[in-house]
Design a protein. Structure first.
Length: 130
């Protein structure tokens, strides 16, 4: 994950990395599932630049969450995936998503409008610090 994405979405990188350092994976190459991504996102939410979040699908079943930064009415539309490329595989509409939160970013040709928050890269950084 690049520094631009970290600056955009993270308010407390040290706290986030400390929290991620507490996450133990056994074995290290565990095939992380979407439910684990949602769990980890909930665990680190307080370190992110979001003030408010609504979890749940819209009527079309296409969105996982909406999060707000600050007091404005602009929500960031979030899709949770184990692998970012699953977004395309699951035939989600790129026009309806701002951010994919995933374990591993493996979608090379994703639309530039969609940001990817890659939890594995944060976990790796946290392990380097310990």
């Amino acid at each position: 994950m690049n520094n631009e994405i970290i600056k955009k979405y993270v308010k407390d990188l040290d706290g986030l990395l400390e929290e991620m350092s507490k996450v133990k994976l056994q074995p290290k190459n565990l095939d992380v599932k979407e439910n684990a991504v949602i769990f980890l996102f909930g665990r680190i939410f307080r370190f992110l630049n979001f003030d408010d979040i609504v979890i749940g699908h819209d009527e079309k079943g296409d969105l996982d969450a909406w999060a707000r930064q600050g007091k404005n009415d602009k929500f960031t539309i979030i899709e949770f995936e184990a692998q970012s490329a699953n977004f395309k595989k699951d035939k989600h509409d790129p026009e309806k998503c701002d951010l994919i939160v995933c374990w591993n970013d493996n979608w090379n040709d994703r639309p530039s409008k969609i940001d990817v928050f890659d939890l594995e890269s944060l976990w790796d950084k946290a392990q380097e610090k310990t």
